[in-house]
Every structure is written in C-alpha cells, then in structure tokens.
Design a protein around this ligand. Structure first.
Ligand code: AP5
Length: 190
C-alpha cells in the first residue's frame, strides 16, 4: 500500500532538519519508519552531475529555467518512493528575482502530499541561528525580510492545500523548546 507523504518546510535556518532528525529517531523506537528525503540534496546531486554548481547555496542563484528543471528531476525521483516519506524542502525559495515556488503545480502533482508542515520560529531566533552556522553561505537578511518570507510561505501553503486537499500544520521550533517541536511532529507522523 502507498505510504504517507509529508512535506516539511521552513525558511533556511529555522531548524527543519534538526526537528526531522530527532522526530525520526523517536518514531523508530515506536516502530514507525519513514524515508527522509532532502529535496535540496536531490537537486544538488543532479546539479553536480551537470557541473553547474559547486555548493548547494549556489542553486537558488541559478537561472529560473535551470532551477525548474532541477526541481522537476528531483520530484520524479522522490515520487517513485512507496514508503512513508518525509520531504525536507521549501514552500518558497528566496532568489535574486523574487520568491520561487518550492512546489509548483507539476512538482505538487508528482508528490501529492497528505500534509504540509511549516516549521516556524521568531525571526530574531532564525537570524541568530543563521549567524552561528558557519557551514553554510546564507544570504544576509534582516528581521523584517525573514518575517516577510515566513508570511509568504503561509500564503503558498494555503494555495498548495487548495490544489491537493492536503492539510497544513504549523510547528513552532522555539529556542530551548526543541522537544516541544519534536513532540508535535511525532504526533503528526505517528
Ligand atoms: P536546504 O538544504 O533545505 O537548505 P536550508 O533551508 O538552508 O536548510 P538547512 O538544513 O540549512 O536549514 P534548516 O532549517 O534545516 O536548519 P537546521 O536544522 O540545519 O536547501 C538548499 C537549497 O536547495 C535551497 O537554497 C534551494 O536552492 C534548494 N531547494 C530545496 N528545495 C527546493 C525546492 N522545492 N524548489 C527549489 N529549490 C529547492 O538548523 C539550523 C541551526 O539551528 C542549527 O545550528 C541548529 O542546531 C539550530 N537549531 C535548530 N533548532 C533549534 C532550537 N529549537 N533551538 C535552538 N537552536 C536550534
């Protein structure tokens, strides 16, 4: 039978990957298994094979056409998975030409998610987390830009729900309260 498909999103640095990893560990102990796929990693592997980027943070600066082609290939790969699957991705990607839909209609149709999760937290906490993560090349964005991005992501999630009939769940990942976020996520995925 077909597994559950859960798309997990949030602006860069909100801590989605951290919440996903801890949630999957907890679920495993209960005997609930998910395959976790990072959409950006799928895109990056294709982009590397094509020799068009050296770093995952270069992808959002590529031509729109190239980003779309990478999205499409990644979606086709992920759509083949029959298990319960978590897709770690973005509602929208902030590009030099504006917000790019992370799940444009042809990606959404391939994935056909049951739930879209928005991982959110206070903008000042996101700013701090980005500054302390030296492994990545983050865009220098201020508080209000991050706030706009989080707000826009909610609008996009609403339109994805209209297109697919999925539910939208907001999970807060506040400083010092990671276990609350994990608890909510586990309840959702169980
Ligand atoms: P991706 O790899 O998803 O990049 P990202 O958004 O920057 O994701 P990160 O994994 O760096 O951030 P995170 O939010 O998961 O935070 P983390 O857990 O590391 O995407 C890369 C690229 O792929 C994109 O730029 C785009 O080009 C492309 N892409 C992806 N999907 C796409 C799509 N659908 N369409 C088009 N392009 C797409 O945590 C961050 C920090 O916070 C850590 O230091 C952590 O310890 C800390 N932290 C986490 N939780 C807490 C807490 N509760 N309290 C305190 N600190 C915390």
């Amino acid at each position: 039978s077909k597994g559950k498909k859960v798309v997990i999103t949030g602006v860069p640095g909100v801590g989605k990957t951290t919440v996903i990893d801890s949630s999957l560990e907890a679920l495993k102990e209960e005997g609930v298994n998910y395959t976790s796929i990072n959409f950006g990693t799928c895109m990056f592997e294709v982009a590397c094979d094509q020799g068009i980027v050296n770093d995952r943070d270069e992808m959002r600066k590529l031509d729109q056409e190239l980003q779309r082609a990478l999205q499409k290939t990644a979606a086709q790969v992920i759509a083949k998975i029959q298990d319960n699957v978590i897709i770690d991705t973005h509602c929208t990607v902030s590009t030099p030409h504006g917000y790019l839909a992370g799940l444009p209609s042809w990606v959404l149709q391939e994935l056909n998610p049951d739930i879209i999760v928005l991982v959110e937290t206070d903008e000042d906490q996101i700013l701090k987390r980005r500054l302390s993560d030296t492994s990545r090349t983050r865009d220098m964005e201020g508080y209000s830009t991050i706030k706009d991005h989080q707000r826009f992501n909610r609008y996009m999630a609403a339109s994805y729900a209209m297109m697919t009939g999925c539910t939208v769940k907001i999970v807060k990942n506040l400083d010092f309260l990671l276990e609350n976020a994990v608890g909510e996520m586990v309840a959702l995925l169980r």
